[in-house]
Design a protein around this ligand. Sequence first.
Ligand SMILES: [Zn+2]
Length: 288
Amino acid sequence: MDPKSWLRKAIGRGVKTPKRKALPDGVWIKCDGCAAIVYRNELVRNLWVCPRCDHHMKVGAAEYVALLTDEGLDLEIAADLVSVDPLKFKDSKSYKDRIKAATEKSGLRDAIVAGRASIDVSECALAVMDFGFIGGSMGSVVGEKVARTMREGLDRGIPVITVARSGGARMQEGILSLMQMAKTAAMAARLREARIPYISILTDPTTAGVMASYASLGDVIISEPGALLGFAGPRVIRDTIKQELPEGFQSSEFFLEHGMIDMIVPRTEMRTTVGRLLRHLTLESAKK
Ligand SMILES: [Zn+2]
């Protein structure tokens, strides 16, 4: 007897089947900001911003591309680039295995996607990082894709936008990951020389080697509210300088107050704000 017909018979005899209590996975999501349990669909509609406390939840590169652009990425830039392991690095796991596991988990080839896109009807070259791939760390693939996105902007005379979310340089690539800081910074300088507008969007968290290179070199630097921004973590700084740190000194609000960024824009207004900036900046650069 197959199990289903056995069950039907058993039910017919008045055997009670256990009632399903559990909801399907991920229907309700707990907010890290206020601990409220929020309905997933409500979060999706609100671009993963908590409707109760405005906490901006972390989203992957694909979600960010979808919320920022009119129709997603058109013509991906360097889509086939993958990391090699020239140092044969191994900590608790080999770097090769780490890359493989991250690729399987995220469906991405590295911690960034890039391509041409239109934002509120303005054309641009866009690169968006993904924290889910080895903490959004910048190795040679991330650095190269940022540089090539900037080159696309240079070659085509279109503005460049990057969305950063990163723990910093990828230690498994050693000096090669640090070189990406110089490479992306040099490309940002070339954009400036060519008077191509470059907008850098910072999201939670943007730290270390990414913050210290291209992410802080935008003509306009925008951050989402409540994002952790900075170079080293607060504990490392406190232990090094042996001083108490001011409260909230690594938040986007503190950065704005001290002139390190230009504006804080809620995610729900990001597309229209960036679109407006692009129209304004392209008009300005066309005049010169
Ligand atoms: Zn909340």
